[in-house]
Design a protein around this ligand. Structure first.
Ligand code: HEM
Length: 419
C-alpha cells in the first residue's frame, strides 16, 4: 500500500528536467532552488537530458568515493568512442587508455602511492617559489588601470603559469603547450562537435610528443627540484611505474588543474568582493584561506554537473537497475545550501567548520592538486588585495552560458580605486 502511494506520488510530480536545468538562465542566476528540488526527488534520480543517473545524497557520495563500486574510466561510458585495439593507439589513446590514472583500481592506487612525494608540502613550497614571481609580473604588467577584467588580465594566465612551472617544462616549449592547456578538456567534452573534439585530440597528440622530448632531455640533465625530476626518480625506484604513467599524470594535471583553477579564481574574487567584511579573515594565513575557499565554493554553488562514474556491468545499485556503461553523476554541491547540512546556509562565513571537507573529493581519488590549488589561489588573491586594497566590483558580472561544467562569468570587471 505504502509503495503504491509512493509510486502514485512520484507519478504526479513534474518531470525532473522541468525542475532542474543547469543550462537555464534561472540556474545561472540562482542555482539553489533547483539543487534543493532535485535532491528532494530521491537518492538516485534519472535525468533524461543527459541519459544519466544523479546521486544526490552526501552519505551515498562519500561511500562511492571511498569504495569505488563504479568505474571512473571514461571509456566505460556507453556513449564513449570505441576503445581501439592497442596496436592502433595514438599518443592520446596510449596516455588515456594504456596507462590511465582512470583505469583499473590497483594500478591507480599504485600510481597514487608512489607519486605522493611529488605532491608533498616541500614540493608545493618549491612550486610556490617559482609561481610567485610570475604572478607579481602579471600584476606589474597590468599597472594601475582604473578598471580591468580580472579574468582576461590575471585568471586566464594562472593555469598555464602553474602547470608549466610545476611540471618543469622548458620555456622553448611553452607556446605549443599553451594551446593544449586551453583545449585539453575538450577531448572528452560531450557537448561539442566531433570535429572540435578531434582537433583537441590532435593538439594533445602533439603535446605528448613534446612531453616525451622534455622527458628525454631531462634524463640527460642533473636532477632539478620540479615535478618531472621527482617523477623520474620515482620511476627508477618503482617497478610498475613507467614513462607512460608520467605522461598520463602530466596530462591529468592539465585536464584536472586548468578549468578548475579558472573557475576557482573567478569565484574567489567575486565572493570576497560581495562579502568585503570577510576579506581580512580569509587572507590572514594560507590555512585560513584554505577554509575560506571551501566556503567560497559552498556559497557560490558554481558546479553544473558533478563527478562522473560509469556502471561497470548491468547491476542493481541503490535500489535501481543500472545498465552497463550508464553514467552516474555524483553531485555533492546539491547539499551546499541545505539547512539540514549547514546552519544559516545563506550566510557567507569564512570560518565555517567543514567536517568532513569534501571540496577536493574524498578517498582514493582525492584531488592530487589540492595543496597547489589552494596555494596558488592564496598567492594570487593576496597579491590582488596588496596592490589594490580598495578594489571593488565595477559591475555585477554577467554569467556565461557557454560553459557546460560550471557557472562562470563573461568578464569580471574590477574598479581599482587606486588613483
Ligand atoms: C580549485 C581547484 C580544484 C578543485 C576544486 C579540484 C577538485 C577535485 C575533485 C573534487 C577531485 C575528485 C574528482 C572525482 O572524484 O571524480 C579532483 C581530482 C583530481 N584533481 Fe583536482 N581540483 C582542483 C585543482 C586541481 C589542480 C590545480 C590539479 C593539478 C595541478 C588537480 C589535479 C587533480 C587530479 C590529477 C585528480 C584525479 C585524481 C585521481 O583520480 O586519483 N586538481 N580534483
Amino acid at each position: 500500500m505504502l509503495e503504491q502511494n509512493m509510486a502514485e506520488a512520484a507519478a504526479a510530480l513534474p518531470p525532473v528536467a522541468e525542475i532542474f536545468n543547469p543550462n537555464s538562465q534561472a540556474y545561472m542566476t540562482d542555482p539553489v532552488p533547483q539543487c534543493l528540488a532535485l535532491a528532494e526527488r530521491g537518492r538516485l534520480v534519472w535525468y533524461e537530458p543527459w541519459q544519466a543517473w544523479i546521486m544526490t545524497r552526501m552519505e551515498d557520495i562519500m561511500q562511492c568515493w571511498k569504495e569505488e563500486p563504479l568505474s571512473s574510466d571514461f571509456y566505460d561510458w556507453e556513449f564513449a568512442p570505441q576503445r581501439p585495439p592497442a596496436d592502433e593507439w595514438s599518443n592520446f589513446e596510449r596516455a588515456m587508455i594504456g596507462h590511465s590514472l582512470l583505469a583499473d583500481h590497483d594500478h591507480h592506487r599504485l600510481v597514487r602511492r608512489v607519486t605522493a612525494p611529488a605532491f608533498s608540502r616541500n614540493v608545493v613550497d618549491n612550486i610556490q617559489a617559482k609561481i610567485e614571481p610570475e604572478v607579481k609580473k602579471l600584476f606589474d604588467q597590468l599597472g594601475e588601470p582604473e578598471t580591468f577584467d580580472y579574468i582576461e588580465e590575471i585568471a586566464n594566465h594562472i593555469p598555464f603559469i602553474s602547470i608549466t612551472r610545476m611540471v618543469g617544462i622548458p620555456e622553448k616549449y611553452w607556446p605549443q603547450i599553451k594551446q593544449v592547456i586551453l583545449t585539453f578538456t575538450e577531448t572528452w567534452n560531450p557537448t561539442i562537435s566531433d570535429e572540435q573534439r578531434e582537433a583537441a585530440r590532435q593538439d594533445s597528440n602533439r603535446a605528448i610528443d613534446i612531453i616525451k622530448e622534455v622527458i628525454a632531455e631531462r634524463r640527460e640533465t642533473p636532477e632539478q627540484d620540479d615535478f618531472l625530476s621527482t617523477l623520474l626518480r620515482i620511476e627508477s625506484e618503482n617497478e610498475g611505474f613507467e614513462e607512460g604513467d608520467i605522461i598520463t599524470l602530466i596530462l591529468a594535471l592539465i585536464g584536472a588543474g586548468a578549468d578548475t583553477t579558472l573557475v576557482a579564481q573567478q569565484w574567489s574574487v567575486y565572493a570576497l568582493l560581495k562579502n568585503k567584511d570577510q576579506i581580512d579573515k580569509a587572507l590572514a594565513t594560507p590555512e585560513a584561506f584554505a577554509n575560506a575557499f571551501s566556503e567560497i565554493n559552498r556559497w557560490g554553488v558554481s558546479s553544473k554537473m558533478g563527478f562522473a562514474r560509469y556502471a561497470p556491468r548491468d547491476m542493481e545499485f541503490m535500489g535501481e537497475q543500472l545498465r552497463k556503461g550508464v553514467m552516474v553523476l555524483m553531485m555533492p554541491h546539491l547539499k551546499d545550501h541545505n539547512p539540514e547540512y549547514y546552519e544559516n546556509p545563506e550566510t557567507f562565513d569564512v570560518e565555517r567548520v567543514f567536517d568532513p571537507d569534501v571540496m577536493f573529493g574524498y578517498g582514493p581519488r582525492y584531488c592530487i592538486g589540492a595543496a597547489l590549488a589552494k596555494r596558488q589561489l592564496y598567492l594570487t588573491i593576496s597579491e590582488l588585495y596588496r596592490r589594490f586594497p580598495n578594489v571593488e566590483l565595477a559591475e555585477e558580472p554577467e554569467r556565461d552560458p557557454g560553459d557546460h561544467n560550471a557557472v562562470v562569468f563573461k568578464r569580471l570587471l574590477l574598479r581599482t580605486n587606486c588613483k
